[in-house]
Design a protein around this ligand. Structure first.
Ligand SMILES: O=c1ccn([C@@H]2O[C@H](COP(=O)(O)OP(=O)(O)O[C@H]3O[C@H](CO)[C@@H](O)[C@H](O)[C@H]3O)[C@@H](O)[C@H]2O)c(=O)[nH]1
Ligand SMILES: [Mn+2]
Length: 755
């Protein structure tokens, strides 16, 4: 109701947000598309006409030739899909100062997920909780829920401690206008300029709060030590009943103080859903669905902010910024969510693993915003609750039908109808509501319902965000917007070592390919439901692991093996078709270079991104794709291994120096080492053979240049194999065994290729 009033008022006043098309990128992008398209057309013409030559006029056996052509086609197809992102990039600005009065703003529920207290340190998780509580929003309209999939008592204890500290932290932030509302970030950077350092009162207060924060951390750390000893070797995360606790509920002293000082606190709720080994728990999507239900009966805010536990609020204004879109009557009825970028506090200058996902958040999402909006990106978005329920909530819907979709809780069904009227959790009904919440968080609740399939977050894929955004939202006509203000609104912990980055990449690839090879493949499921460009953008993301790993494996091996046998696969330097290949290669590189440079990157960043693109394609994208295929065949189970957020000093140091940390499994190292060894062999032998012995270098020019390029770009791997002596190098045993394996395996492949 209130939100509606706010909307009416808004109708006639100044706009809350504006968008503008990025004209110069649009022109440059479309020109590059035209150039690249023309050169690709020539390339395909060359290959196809070669194919129709009389067989004895052909210089190469058919198989390797077909393989490189297929690889060229796959990469070209991927490029074609990617046009969608470049077509019409837009950017947005908001004017939160034009928002209506606080009492007219709609309620917000914040969902934070944590899964494992050993990988996700409790103090860090509590910092996320505290930062969310300190958002600049009316406290009675803000409700923070933490889902603990670890079911760990230490997390609950951490919440109680965090609540106590919040009673000092929140008023402090408000009183002095603190922007860095995450206490750890605030206190670890004394020069952040937040607050008035000339003000004596502020300085005294800050010292007091700092002390309180240190005490808070000490109490949690002591509790962790105790908990660690008691729980050594026991894992409760898979077998426990549901626990729901409203934090600070029975704290009478606090309640009095709240009243006296007019110092209201947001509602804070701990939820550990029931887990039983016999029940699939559907990872993060399962946790989010439980939070949707529990919050539905407790606060039922019409908007939800989703946060991972490793992603804290770095600025108090994101909620108000997001509301600039959500309460705008012109777009509100079709707007599902406002997405902010994922940005990270632990990125080094070189960012060798592309941990900041620059490409996605600095370029692709602007392009999607010009279509129907960016993809749900896991965290940092303000979602309309109703969009996830995917039923229109008019009165009079059949009750059995609702129960079939949403499960048996009457209390929850009631919340569906009150959608825009949040009912604040109050003491009178507390024990019945808690009972109901525990029921809503039990594992049996979802059986015989449509949760995960038609309602809430989707279970079908390990990348629940991508798939939910696609099937539940954009395919149903909802739209989204992307907002990337200068000051990062959220800051997270990214993976900054090779192992974590590849493990995470394998999970993402597997989840994306799961969708791509199902009936929900965006190219098939999308077009009847959304525009072609939008389907292409979704398809590009869903298929990129497949569209990268196959061609890159091919380019890393086939031309090289053929070079060793003197089989040419490309036109000779003097041929009129030679420039086509040079042009395609340069045009592809320059497109990427333009995108890096125009988003404040450097040539070094460009090189690093090219390198990690190659490394990922032949490792995690291959394994992820295979995993998805095996899963489809019923040969593998889905597993979500959460990334490790505990920093290791040595790893951090190597990452900071821009040096690879090769301490990862053989599964990832073996392909890298094998490919490098093959390329060294091909380059050295091939160059000698075709310049000195045979003198056919102009026929072999491309095939000699390719391994050269690969080796130069990936010098870091050679260095790791041969030059480096530190702990992060590639163990000589791995190099040796890869050499042995390829010594046996490659001659076999060569035999096949020659026939
Ligand atoms: O069974 C689980 C597994 C994970 N999580 C939580 O999910 C979040 C994301 O997990 P994380 O290990 O940090 O994975 P990332 O790869 O960093 O996450 C990215 O990829 C995920 C999909 O794979 C998205 O959900 C995330 O938002 C996105 O940041 C974390 O808060 C976890 O605590 C759960 O709640 N339950
Ligand atoms: Mn994460």
């Amino acid at each position: 109701m209130r939100a509606n009033k706010a909307m009416e008022k808004q109708q006639n006043s100044l706009p809350l947000h504006v968008s503008h098309v990025k004209k110069s990128s649009l022109i440059i992008n479309r020109s590059l598309v035209l150039l690249h398209f023309t050169s690709l057309a020539f390339l395909v013409y060359y290959r196809v006409s070669y194919f129709f030559q009389v067989s004895n006029a052909r210089a190469a056996p058919l198989l390797p030739w077909l393989l490189v052509f297929a690889a060229e086609l796959l990469l070209s197809f991927q490029w074609l899909l990617g046009i969608a992102y470049r077509w019409r990039p837009i950017s947005r600005t908001v004017f939160p100062e034009r928002l209506p009065e606080a009492d007219q703003l709609p309620g917000i529920d914040v969902f934070i997920c944590t899964a494992d207290p050993t990988k996700e340190p409790t103090v860090e998780v509590m910092n996320t909780v505290l930062s969310a509580m300190a958002l600049d929003y009316p406290p009675e309209k803000l409700h923070v829920y933490l889902s603990d999939d670890g079911g760990a008592s230490i997390t609950l204890l951490g919440m109680r401690e965090a609540w106590k500290f919040a009673r000092s932290w929140l008023p402090f932030c408000k009183r002095f206008g603190i922007k860095t509302i995450c206490p750890e970030a605030y206190f670890s950077d004394p020069e952040n300029g937040d607050g008035d350092s000339g003000n004596a009162e502020f300085i005294v207060e800050r010292e007091k709060i700092k002390e309180k924060y240190t005490e808070f951390k000490e109490r949690v750390t002591r509790a962790i030590e105790k908990w660690g000893l008691e729980n050594e070797g026991i894992s409760r995360s898979r077998d426990h009943p549901s626990v729901v606790e409203v934090i600070g509920e029975n704290d009478n002293e606090a309640a009095n103080e709240e009243q006296q000082m007019n110092n209201k606190m947001p509602l804070l709720v701990y939820v550990a859903r029931e887990k039983r080994p016999s029940h699939p728990h559907n990872f993060k999507a399962g946790a989010l669905n439980v939070l949707l239900r529990v919050s539905g009966v407790m606060s039922n805010s019409p908007y939800i902010l989703m946060l991972d536990c490793d992603m804290y609020c770095n600025d108090p204004t994101s909620a108000r910024q997001a509301m600039c879109f959500h309460i705008d009557p012109k777009i509100s009825s079709s707007l599902a969510f406002v997405q902010f970028p994922q940005k990270f506090h632990n990125i080094s200058q070189d960012d060798i693993y592309d941990s900041q996902l620059r490409y996605i958040f600095w370029s692709l999402w602007y392009g999607m915003d010009g279509l129907k909006g960016p993809i749900v990106s896991g965290t940092n978005f303000y979602m309309k609750r109703e969009a996830l329920y995917s039923v229109s909530m008019q009165e009079g819907i059949d009750l059995t039908e609702l129960k079939n979709s949403f499960g048996p809780s009457n209390e929850f069904l009631k919340s569906l109808r009150r959608n825009s009227k949040p009912s604040r959790y109050d003491n009178d009904s507390s024990s019945t509501l808690l009972q109901e919440s525990k029921f809503l968080a039990s594992c049996a609740y979802e059986s015989n319902s449509k949760w995960g399939e038609k309602v809430g977050f989707m279970y079908h894929s390990l990348v629940e965000d991508y798939f939910t955004g696609f099937k539940q939202l954009h395919c149903k006509g909802w739209r989204s917007v992307y907002l990337n203000p200068e000051r990062p609104q959220f800051l997270g912990t990214s993976t900054t070592n090779l192992n974590d980055s590849l493990v995470q990449g394998t999970r993402w690839s597997s989840g994306l390919v799961q969708v791509a090879i199902s009936k929900y493949c965006p190219l098939i499921y999308g077009p009847p439901r959304m525009s072609l460009l939008e389907s292409m953008a979704y398809a590009d993301l869903g298929m990129f692991p497949l569209l990268n790993c196959l061609p890159l494996w091919c380019f890393a091996t086939v031309p090289q093996l053929c070079l060793l046998h003197g089989i040419p696969l490309y036109p000779e330097v003097s041929s009129s078709s030679f420039p086509i290949f040079v042009f395609v290669f340069l045009s592809a590189l320059s497109k990427h270079l333009y995108e890096v440079l125009s988003t404040s990157g450097s040539i070094k960043i460009w090189r690093n991104e090219q390198r990690i693109w190659m490394i990922r394609a032949v490792t995690c994208q291959l394994y992820g794709s295979l995993n998805a295929i095996m899963h489809k065949l019923g040969l593998a189970e889905a597993s979500f291994s959460a990334t490790n957020k505990v920093a290791d000093d040595e790893q951090v140091k190597l990452y900071g120096m821009g040096k690879f940390d090769f301490r990862t499994s053989k599964m990832f190292l073996a392909p890298l080492v094998t490919i490098i060894l093959l390329n060294i062999a091909a380059f050295v032998c091939g160059a000698i053979r075709s310049t000195i012995i045979k003198g056919d270098w102009d026929k072999m020019f491309v095939q000699i240049s390719l391994p050269f390029y690969i080796l130069v770009m990936n010098y870091a791997i050679i260095e790791g194999m041969i030059v480096r002596k530190d702990n992060g190098r590639i163990p000589p045993s791995v190099t040796l065994s890869s050499a042995l394996l390829s010594g046996i395996f490659l001659p076999l492949v060569s035999i096949i290729l020659r026939h």
